[in-house]
Design a protein around this ligand. Sequence first.
Ligand code: ZN
Length: 319
Amino acid sequence: MRRVVDFHCDVLCKMTENTTMSFLNDNRLDVTYERLHQGGVILQCFAIYLSERWGQPRFEYILNGIDVFRNRVIPVGDGVEWLRWKDEVNQISNGKPWGMLSIEGADGLEGNMFYVRTAYELGVRFLGLTWNYANWAADGVLEPRNGGFTKKGRQLVELCNDIGMLLDVSHLSQEGFWELVEMTKRPFIASHSNAYAICSHARNLSDKQIQAIVAIDGRIGTTFVPMFVKAGASVITPRDLIPHIEHMCELGAEKHLMFGSDFDGIESWIEDLEHPGKYPKLAELLLQYYSEKQVNSWLSGNALSYLETNLPRRLAINN
Ligand SMILES: [Zn+2]
């Protein structure tokens, strides 16, 4: 089976809200241990997203997300391996699925740089700067004033550059995006966003943004959120992803594309692409249009090469 890397899902949020949910094989979840196997998913990024329903965002909720991952995801089945270091990337194989942690929105870091370091020490490797609205660090993409970074947000970027916390611009405002292009010392990613030229949703990337990500050798996770794929259609099919992929390739992003499904963060699905077990069907479809080499690079190669280059090196202190 073809190997797949998926750069965004929200299963931890659902499991946090409902302590009876099991990662092993619970049909209330899109992403489960079984379906990772079924879909050939060798690496899944698990986002820690603090729901607006929980009130004031607190660091405690981020710790809770890490705890859910450690205690209710890592040990299930034959175990999920936890990816944290550069030297682990070449150990990822078809055997056990691997997982890594991201934070979706800096809100819960409470403007506290000690919390940022702590999250990193506890194994979080990606930070999405905002969700849709403004937080202490920057404005999100649906914040009407379209502001960029605050002074503290700039300190946050500097700290992340220093310690090797990688940044994610999906949900970040336009202004924030361009400020980050100036500030960043490491290539960043857009973990779950499509092409605005194909579907004009604010969460998608403009041509200039796509080209900027290519220029810094970042990555873009094509996403399965129906309203970011095609506007105004009652049924969306996997074939509707092709124009996004095609357009991004035309802009030079062939070696920068990957996938970030947003499974468990969505309430409607692309038909026949409702969970990770469907990845082999998507692969089959892509092969009708593109070469083996291209399809494999989008399913896993581009994501793995990014991680191999950009994940931090393990220090003696971490052994
Ligand atoms: Zn999201």
